[in-house]
Design a protein around this ligand. Structure first.
Ligand code: FAD
Ligand code: NAI
Length: 471
């Protein structure tokens, strides 16, 4: 292919959720789309993120369930985990999804370039180092979707053996007997939960005063209580100093807090992810990076360079696959001149798949007060929910934060926070309520099917009307 032959309406650099959503959505509307990917289509999410992490959590779920089968009168011998089967299943699911995505891109006639994309002046993209050879392609519009990479902290070099990031964790050939997880955010809590359920002795070390920093503290407490019952230790407000591997290399001693140490087989580094603009070039363009390395973009994902957008983890918005999808589609709509409504990241749905699951949208109680709202809250526990009892999984709460009306009852719903069984599948109603700016009375009028876990959301809302059924 000669350099001048490759010209598209839109070229996307990076084939993760932000990039492939933009390419698929644009192609579906009739744009001639090109997609440049240096590694594996699907990006972090499909290959080393959401999908494999959730698969390992599902293995932990099955193990936990089988471990309690006798409570249901189902007798099974003591379960064990064959980790190699787990890894094979995880990879099979990843491969199927990556294969399906490749098929979709082909069906929608997206031209996929295998190589590293580097943007220069005049919307010229040099593609190099992959099966597509060294070529230059041009586009009317360009979308940067290069994603992010794991961070580490000084004193902890990632060696893939004693110290791993999520990338290494997801392909560990065997589980350790003991682990320290540094950083109690989304990745840290999901891996701690998974390993704890599979018998690993886990300690989470978090620098901030609480794990899962963005969550309402009542939700965090519910997670911590469940972790504690299952033998997973969480230590908040502690700084980690470094680690000293033992001479045999099978253990390492982690120093933290006021002279404390822990001897473990594995350190999992989950202290956040940095934007990955390293290979994007950008010379001769007006695309700017901020002091943390994020591509600077406005509310419709436009960068400083005319005709260049940036979406997903590479910009400073919530680092979530569904946010990347939404931004990819938003950028295409802007390219088409549709004047799209910017995303409201305050209302972004968050779902964290540790056990118990965590799901929320909108204000926490504190952030609502800080924003100047006079609030009223209601909190109910899954302990009294029929379906949760049947399933045998009653850890968790639903908390709703609403604007206080003069009579003390709830008005507009400001935030919905859930911890418990399948709450990641239950958040939908709360997400809509927050983002539709529904009131407590609006939502209380709807019927919740029985017996379902979602009755707890209905009950929590109803009690904000000043009336209640069970609570
Ligand atoms: P990425 O998915 O990182 O994709 C970027 C792609 O660009 C990569 O494939 C990369 O190879 C490619 N690339 C980079 N530079 C170039 C270049 N110069 N040329 C060509 N290609 C390039 N989010 C959720 O919403 N739910 C979850 O449950 C969840 N779980 C997660 C679990 C883990 C362990 C991790 C690590 C992340 C998780 N996330 C989750 C976050 C989610 O994976 C990211 O927010 C999402 O993948 C970001 O999408 P993206 O398209 O911006 O970037
Ligand atoms: P994070 O930002 O969620 O959490 C990192 C945690 O590490 C923070 O609580 C921070 O205070 C702590 N930390 C930082 N430096 C520290 C230090 N020196 N010592 C101790 N603690 C320290 O980042 P994480 O968990 O790495 O995940 C990255 C992103 O990936 C998330 O923010 C999220 O956007 C996404 N993700 C989403 C998931 C989901 O939606 N289910 C699951 C996993 C990741």
């Amino acid at each position: 292919m000669s350099a001048t032959d490759a010209q598209h309406d839109v070229v996307v650099i990076g084939g993760g959720p932000g990039g492939y959503a933009a390419a698929l959505y644009g192609a579906g509307i009739g744009l001639d789309a090109g997609l440049v990917e240096s590694n594996i289509i699907g990006g972090t999410c499909l290959n080393v993120g959401c999908i494999p992490a959730k698969e390992l959590l599902e293995t932990a779920h099955v193990f936990r369930t089988v471990g309690h089968a006798a409570e249901f009168g189902v007798n099974s011998s003591a379960p064990t985990v064959d980790w190699s089967v787990t890894l094979t299943r995880k990879q099979k699911i990843v491969d199927q999804l990556v294969g399906g995505l490749k098929g979709l891109l082909k069906a929608k006639k997206v031209t996929v370039y295998d190589g590293t994309g580097s943007l220069g002046a005049n919307h010229e993209i040099a593609v190099s180092g992959g099966e597509s050879g060294d070529i230059t392609i041009t586009a009317g519009s360009v979308i940067l979707a290069a994603g992010s990479q794991p961070r580490t902290i000084p004193g902890f070099e990632i060696d893939g053996k004693l110290v791993v990031t999520s990338d290494g964790m997801l392909s560990m050939q065997q589980l350790p007997a003991s682990a320290v997880v540094i950083g109690g955010g989304a990745i840290g809590c999901e891996f701690a939960s998974m390993m704890g359920d599979l018998g690993v002795e886990v300690t989470v070390l978090e620098a901030l005063p609480q794990i899962l920093a963005g969550c309402d503290p009542d939700a965090t407490k519910a997670v911590e209580r469940s972790f504690k019952k299952r033998g997973i230790t969480t230590r908040s407000g502690v700084m980690v100093q470094g680690h000293t591997p033992d001479p045999g290399g099978a253990h390492t001693t982690v120093a933290f807090g006021e002279g404390e140490t822990l001897d473990v087989e594995l350190v999992v580094m989950s202290v956040g992810r940095r934007p990955y603009a390293d290979l994007l070039g950008l010379d001769g363009t007006s695309v700017e990076l901020d002091e943390r390395g994020f591509v600077v973009a406005d509310e419709t994902c436009r960068t400083g360079e005319d005709g260049v957008w940036a979406v997903g983890d590479i910009i400073n918005t919530p680092q979530l696959a569904h946010v990347a999808f939404a931004e990819g589609m938003l950028a295409i709509r802007d390219i088409l001149g549709e004047d799209p409504t910017p995303l409201d990241h305050h209302g972004t749905p968050w779902c964290i798949y540790c056990h118990p699951e965590v799901a929320f949208a909108g204000h926490t109680e504190d952030s609502a007060k800080e924003a100047g709202f006079d609030v009223v809250t209601s909190k109910h526990s899954f302990i009294g929910n029929g379906r949760a009892k049947i399933v045998g999984d009653t850890d968790g709460i639903v908390k709703v934060i609403a604007e206080r009306k003069p009579d003390g009852t709830g008005g507009r719903i400001l935030g919905v926070h859930m911890v418990g069984p399948w709450v990641t599948e239950q958040l939908g109603q709360g997400y809509l309520a927050v983002n539709w700016e529904a009131t407590v009375d609006d939502v209380a009028a709807f019927i919740q099917p029985h017996p379902t876990m979602s009755e707890l959301f209905g009950e929590t809302i109803m009690s904000l009307t000043g009336r209640s059924l069970h609570g």
